[in-house]
Design a protein around this ligand. Structure first.
Ligand code: ADP
Ligand code: ZN
Ligand code: MG
Length: 480
């Protein structure tokens, strides 16, 4: 039988406000354990939470960017549970009146398939602390620095069918929030965390199967593997006549398997009730209009503009616009040096290489647009050739801004040699050093031309202008 995978995502995103959701403690990541805390976020009796206005602003902007209806009158609710990472023994969240509902996200997957995923709702809540377990399991240390860090939870409808769609969705959320400036969505630091609900059903069936939920998988790669494993596990179980149990399963990335955690039967009853310490919030039309008017240019708009304005291929434009930081570097550099194609070339060849092979994250790029533009001008003026350019670019890229481009080229004597006589001299030296190859050429083996060109380049330490080398080699060969 052919099976179809059905998935719905619950994504937690930490909002990048300077302070926490209900107190003035910093939200900064890291820090010594329990140094970013106060009586409010550690739930001391007698303290009162006060909603951080920025949290509401960031949350509403996220809701608008994901095409949601914003609830004009919304409230917080108390979700009660005991766990050592939550000293208050309840989490302030939203159950009955979440601030945003009925949105959608338009996606294009890596293989070019278009898809719209519906958003069921988005709510605001506070994060819990972290438990650090000692190596041999003899102790657990609670760290409450993360308690009260603002979160939004985005709940999708069960609209995903492939892991490609899931990845495209998470990437879209990340770039959208990056452009909005409301979160950095770093999965590796836990500022974006995805829970994947997954069920399978016979292809063509309208009815949903029983789902399991995989919590907090922390990389795109792991999500892809977890989906492949869990869907295969469910299909095999059903084909063997077993029933899928609705439960939470933990993905173990080392073992490559999911393991049962909580089943719904013994799931907790959170005894939700309206949060009595925070007054209801009303959001007016003027505020919404103001946020809508101030929406940034998002990735999909940039792609269209890069194609139209700069004649850049869609695939390249998508990569550049896929990161706010790359897009900014690209746009600012083009504004100075006025050659979008050349700037694109260096981003796509060198920066993409550093990102893929050296783990460079776009937000960590320190290369300034001014320096990048200066480099492009030097290349366009033919002062260094592309090969030397790659070496110079790498040196400049990793120099953290203190790099004197002119001095580096001068000190290393990298300026391109376009002196025909100097090149001719080198060609003659190469001929003299390789008499056998010269004989081969005379005997009709024209493929040795490439060898001569390579040797001349080497003789001139890679600095010669390739066009001139080709021309002079051809001229000298004709004289043999
Ligand atoms: P709960 O409140 O029990 O967590 P929800 O109805 O809020 O359940 O759904 C949680 C997530 O699970 C949503 O993202 C939803 O799209 C997804 N989901 C619901 N039913 C299924 C199903 N049968 N298969 C896959 N995903 C599902
Ligand atoms: Zn605090
Ligand atoms: Mg839910």
């Amino acid at each position: 039988m052919e099976w179809e995978i059905v998935m719905g995502l619950e994504v937690h995103v930490e909002l990048a406000t300077k302070t926490k959701i209900f107190c003035s403690c910093t939200t900064e990541f890291g820090g010594a354990p329990n140094t970013h805390c106060c009586p409010v976020c550690t739930g001391m009796p007698g303290t009162l939470p006060v909603l951080n206005k920025k949290v509401l602003e960031y949350a509403v902007k996220a809701g608008l960017a994901l095409n949601c209806d914003i609830t004009r009158y919304n409230k917080f609710d108390r979700k009660n549970y005991f766990y050592p990472d939550l000293p208050k023994a309840y989490q302030i969240s939203q159950l009955y009146l979440p601030f945003a509902k009925n949105g959608h996200v338009d996606l294009v997957t890596r293989s070019g398939k278009e898809k719209t995923v519906r958003i069921h709702e988005i709510h605001m809540e506070e994060d819990a602390g972290k438990l650090v377990h000692s190596a041999f399991g003899e102790a657990t240390f609670p760290d409450y620095n993360r308690c009260g860090v603002p979160l939004i939870e985005i709940v999708s409808e069960p609209d995903f069918r492939t892991s490609e769609e899931v990845i495209a969705y998470l990437e879209k959320l990340k770039t959208t929030f990056e452009y909005l400036g409301i979160s950095d969505c770093k999965m590796q630091e836990g500022s974006m965390r995805a829970d994947v609900n997954l069920s399978v059903r016979p292809k063509g069936s309208e009815e949903f199967g029983t789902r399991t939920e995989m919590k907090n998988i922390n990389s795109f790669k792991a999500i892809e593997r977890a989906i492949a494993f869990e869907s295969a596990r469910q299909i095999e179980a059903i084909e063997n006549g077993e029933k899928i149990v609705q439960e939470t399963r933990r993905w173990d990335d080392n073992k490559g398997k999911t393991f049962a955690m909580l089943s719904k039967e013994n799931a907790q009853d959170y005894r939700y009730f309206p949060e009595p310490d925070i007054p209801p919030i009303s959001i007016n039309d003027d505020t919404i209009k103001e946020y809508l008017d101030a929406m940034p240019e998002f990735a999909s708009d940039k792609v269209k503009r890069y194609e139209a304005e700069f004649g850049i291929a869609k695939a390249d434009a998508e990569i550049i616009a896929g990161s706010k930081y790359l897009a900014r570097l690209f746009e600012d550099t083009v504004a100075i040096c006025k050659d979008a194609k050349e700037v694109k070339y260096w981003i796509m060849s060198q920066i993409m290489y550093f990102m893929n092979e050296k783990g460079v994250q776009p937000e960590d790029i320190t290369l300034s647009a001014e320096q990048f533009a200066q480099f492009v001008k030097i290349v366009l003026a033919d002062r260094i050739n592309k090969q030397t350019g790659k070496v110079v670019f790498e040196e400049m890229f990793f120099s953290k801004g203190e790099f004197d481009l002119e001095k580096y080229i001068k000190d290393n004597n990298l300026e391109q040699v376009d002196d025909t006589e100097a090149i001719r001299e080198a060609v003659l030296v190469v001929f003299a050093n390789n008499p056998n190859t010269v004989e081969q050429y005379k005997a009709g083996q024209t493929k040795v031309v490439g060898f001569f060109v390579g040797q001349v380049m080497k003789q001139l330490r890679g600095k010669a202008k390739p066009d001139t080398v080709n021309r002079v080699v051809a001229e000298e060969l004709a004289k043999l």
